[in-house]
Write a protein that binds this ligand. Structure first.
Ligand code: AMP
Ligand code: MG
Length: 417
């Protein structure tokens, strides 16, 4: 089999996944989920014309000539209904959100008024009709679709859902995900330190990557490089919607993952991708007799490779199953701080930190880019994507950097105030 390009492999993954069913959840649990149905407004908001300010409801005609003194006929608080009509020469004290009384057609802010000793109020300037009034239905109209199916639920969306009284809502289901590490050399997190062993980092890095998407995965543990033991673990893993196996997917004689999943009925879609780090990466699909599917990612054992493959492929699959319309992490353009050596033929992902100057982002390597150098992944804000036809990148070159989770924060913002 040929080496697939990263984009061809991404397409192949996406052809094998789709949103996977819906469920009804409480609003309090909805952050990060995706709406599976349109949501409509169940009333006009505001429900009537209301004041946008604390101030006075006036007849604009009374103020047309400039300075005027008006009698206050009523005090209208938010939640009150006005009981009087504002006549010529009159006004009503009104609070933000309170209904504008009959007769009034403008609101003047309290800061632009002067209350006189006799209780009347002086206004010094004209107020155009409609000033500081929010019209009925201006925010949303009864029956209108305010949120379309496919909308990702952010805090702002939660606010809208609460506004239209969606205490329960229908969202796409989250995939059930299992994670398995493989290798005789691996040492579990609770096992005593053995200097001849390698600590299992992948189970936990992958766990965290999945958790960051709002999914709680199951850790299956560590399978030895033994076909019988591996088959037992893989059988268990194939009961999930998505199975992530790290290690053992290469072509070494003890790399049993691929033949074993194939023997269990998984159809391999690809197992070679032209990327660095990241190869070998295998992807396959098990179609169960009941029509449901398990997707298996055979990720490289090297911890950075496994994490990068997660970012480029697994993430797309999980987000697609969750119903997200936008699947890819955001990329930004950055100026490269130093040259990067590379040979053409593979898309390279370089771990970088991002800083800013007046001209924009600057990308700087986090150091050792070996596929086992997890520390340089831990420091990274993003992955610089070096195209496969490149012979190397020069200092100052404009490159594309894909954010890693958690990189959307910065030290400070230079507000111009
Ligand atoms: P493999 O893909 O099984 O050939 O493994 C490639 C390299 O990754 C080897 O050096 C392994 O020791 C290492 N490795 C495999 N699995 C893990 C893991 N779960 N955690 C840390 N390192 C691993
Ligand atoms: Mg191995």
């Amino acid at each position: 089999m040929e080496y697939l390009s990263v984009s061809a492999a991404q397409r192949c993954v996406l052809e094998s996944v789709a949103a996977m069913g819906i469920e009804t959840i409480r609003l309090e649990q909805s952050l990060g989920r995706v709406l599976a149905e349109d949501v409509r407004a169940n009333r006009d908001l505001p429900p009537y014309d209301v004041s946008a300010m604390d101030g006075f409801a006036v007849r604009s005609a009374d103020l047309a000539g400039g300075s005027v003194e008006l009698e206050v006929v009523e005090d209208i608080k938010a939640g009150d209904m006005p009981t009087k009509t504002v006549q010529a020469g009159q006004c009503a004290r009104i609070m933000t959100g309170a209904p504008v009384p009959q007769g009034a057609d403008a609101v003047v802010r309290v800061e632009d008024s002067e209350t006189l000793s006799d209780g009347r109020v002086r206004f010094a300037r004209p107020a155009p009709s409609g000033m500081d009034i929010r019209l009925r239905g201006e925010g949303m109209r009864n029956g209108d679709v305010v949120l379309a199916a496919g909308t990702e639920i952010t805090p702002g969306v939660v606010g809208v859902l609460a506004t239209v009284k969606c205490a329960q809502l229908t969202v796409y289901r989250r995939p059930r995900v299992a994670i398995l590490s493989t290798g005789n050399e691996l040492e579990g997190i609770d096992e005593p330190v053995d200097p001849n062993k390698i600590p299992d980092a992948n189970s936990y890095a992958l766990l965290a990557q999945v958790q960051a998407l709002g999914i709680t995965p199951v850790l299956l543990g560590i399978a030895r490089d033994d076909p019988v033991e591996l088959e037992r673990y893989l059988r268990q893993g194939l009961e999930y919607d998505v199975l992530l196996v790290s290690g053992g997917t290469s072509v070494g004689v003890h790399d049993y993952v691929r033949p074993t999943v194939e023997a269990l009925g998984v159809q391999m879609k690809f197992w070679r991708v032209a990327m660095k780090p990241g190869h070998p990466l295998a992807f396959g699909v098990l179609e169960r007799p009941d029509g449901t599917k398990a997707r298996v990612f055979g990720l490289p054992g090297n911890p950075v490779s496994s994490m990068v493959c997660f970012e480029e492929f697994v993430l797309l699959a999980l987000r697609s199953i969750m119903g997200h319309a936008r699947l890819h992490r955001r990329t930004v353009s950055a100026r490269l701080a130093h040259p990067v050596k590379m040979r053409p033929g593979r898309t390279e992902f370089v771990r970088v930190v991002l800083s800013r100057d007046g001209e924009g982002y600057i990308a700087t390597s986090t150091g050792n880019q070996s596929s086992g150098a997890l520390l340089s992944m831990a420091k990274a804000d993003g992955l610089l994507i070096a195209p496969s036809d490149s012979n190397g990148l020069a200092a100052g070159e404009i490159v594309s950097v894909q954010f890693l989770d958690g990189a959307a924060f910065q030290d400070q913002i230079g507000f111009r105030e």
